[in-house]
Design a protein around this ligand. Structure first.
Ligand SMILES: Cc1ncc(COP(=O)(O)O)c(C=O)c1O
Length: 489
């Protein structure tokens, strides 16, 4: 494409996306296709000859759109949100345009320096301690990863690096250290920590998953943790990583960070806080207290692409001391050529902070500038107000019950079972969810809390309004009544 043709095609693409956002509410939220639907519609080999942009765009409309679950539909209430913004999209567009590989400072200085600056901006909005920020004197800073899972993996690797060097200094051999390392976390922690342990090569039994209770609102229990850590030490193991969550995936539970930080300190463990979803809310002063205690963590992650109007992918990891990563990941590339120069000591090479070598510009700078902190806070507050409103609606209907505290945009609830529901309402509520989702007007997901099938209403769509929440509640009530009526018949 020459510049003129690119301009024309890009305009068509922008028109398509603008129309998509205008009309997305009329599309079924959950894709209605069956597995393999695309195989019969598209050729199994790549085209030999180039095809026109219009042909491809037509196929997008007729074949791809039906297979999309529309996360940007204002009636999408599943999982945690993945809200996008036009600001983010424009930034992504430019990133694609530049298409630089900012793996090192030297390979594209603006990519590295902008990321450092913007993560300091966000860190300050979150009121993170200075140690997490890039500054002349410290060793801390943030880095953007593709996913929270990667951020957690990298935190675990940094912790492992630290544990190895500390224990080697005590005279232990590396193999012995590795076999003794223990990770502690709760059963509400996202399975990405489990995955990270597998990748790191930690034996399954060295990941200690502690049970949580409904009476603790599914937060990590301090007595249970303390006794598990003591038990590990008594048996000669080395507790080295404590993983806490602010806003668990199931029910947005909050682990007691200040007390956990104390325990981590007492036993010399690396303390990591995963706030992938709920951390975003903490840019609002009234919700910042949920992060209290993070100042004593070694690392902290948050996914702006979940709730901060930043398109996938933008998961941020802040570390107080990144030298553990540099030690692990440093490889000799262009930065080696700069090693002896005065530049090297003054630059950050993000390739040493992540699994991949290559990396691109992300869009957070656009989002933060085009919304401003006020716009971002309003966005969060709107969803939390909608969720509070929904919670009241549920509480007002005696057929339903709330199953966990609603602190952010997530409401956990269910249709109350009666004595005749011998499975404690599992079938009743799973049938209700299927009835709700198959209608196509709204989409929700579920979790299991203390063995109880739980519906999750997760409110966080960029375009979601109060009316969408009210309409969703009517659909839920109607479907619930249909099910109850069928049971009587
Ligand atoms: C608290 C928490 N941590 C980690 C993750 C994993 O996120 P990702 O899909 O970005 O790896 C999730 C996903 O929902 C999450 O809720």
């Amino acid at each position: 494409m020459d510049p003129q043709e690119f301009r024309a095609q890009a305009h068509k693409m922008v028109d398509f996306i603008a129309d998509y956002y205008r009309d997305v509410e009329s599309l079924p939220v959950r894709s209605q296709v069956t597995p393999g639907y695309l195989r019969s519609s598209l050729p199994s080999n790549a085209p030999e000859e180039p095809q026109s942009f219009d042909t491809v765009l037509d196929d997008v409309k007729s074949m791809i759109v039906p297979g999309v679950t529309h996360w940007q539909n204002p009636n999408f209430f599943g999982f945690f949100p993945s809200n996008s913004s036009t600001a983010g999209m424009l930034g992504e567009f430019l990133s694609g345009g530049f298409n630089v590989d900012g793996s090192e400072w030297a390979t594209s200085p603006a990519a590295t320096e902008l990321e450092m600056l913007v993560l300091n901006w966000l860190g300050k909005l979150l009121n993170l301690p200075d140690e997490f920020l890039f500054n002349r004197s410290g060793n801390g800073g943030g880095v953007i990863h593709a996913s929270a899972s990667e951020a957690v993996l990298v935190a675990l690797l940094a912790a492992r690096g630290r544990a190895i060097s500390e224990n080697k200094a005590k005279g232990l051999e590396e193999q012995e250290i590795l076999s003794k390392l223990l990770v502690y976390t709760s059963d509400q922690t996202h399975p990405c920590l489990h995955k990270a342990c597998v990748i790191v090569g930690l034996p399954k039994s060295n990941l200690v998953i502690l049970p949580t209770l409904a009476t603790d609102d599914y937060a990590l229990s301090l007595p249970i943790l303390k006794s598990a850590v003591r038990n590990g030490v008594t048996k000669g193991f080395i507790p080295f990583f404590l993983g806490a969550t602010v806003g668990t995936t199931s029910s947005s539970a909050i682990d007691p960070l200040p007390a956990l930080a104390d325990i981590a300190k007492e036993y010399g463990m690396w303390f990591h806080v995963d706030a992938a979803y709920a951390g975003n809310a903490c840019i609002c002063p009234e919700f910042r207290h949920f992060l209290n205690g993070v100042e004593n963590a070694h690392s902290f992650n948050l996914s702006a692409n979940k709730w901060l109007l930043t398109n996938i992918d933008c998961s941020i990891l802040w570390l107080k001391r990144y030298e553990f990563l540099n030690l692990l990941f440093f490889i000799y590339t262009i930065s080696f050529q700069l090693k002896t120069s005065s530049i090297q000591s003054r630059v950050v090479n993000f390739k040493d902070w992540q699994v991949a070598q290559g990396r691109r510009f992300r869009q957070l700078w656009f989002v933060m500038r085009l919304y401003g902190a006020l716009g971002l806070r309003n966005h969060i507050r709107t969803h939390i107000n909608h969720a509070k409103h929904f919670e009241i609606l549920v509480r007002e209907d005696s057929r339903f019950e709330i199953l966990a505290p609603c602190r952010f945009g997530l409401v956990c609830f269910r249709l109350k079972p009666s004595v005749k529901h011998e499975d404690n309402g599992w079938k009743l509520n799973s049938s209700l969810l299927e009835a709700i989702n198959s209608g196509g007007k709204i989409f929700m997901t579920h979790t299991v809390l203390s063995g109880v099938y739980t519906l999750r209403m997760s409110i966080g769509g960029t375009q979601t309004k109060r009316e969408n929440v009210d309409d969703a509640w009517k659909i839920i009530q109607e479907e619930a009544q249909n099910l109850l009526d069928q049971e009587i018949i």
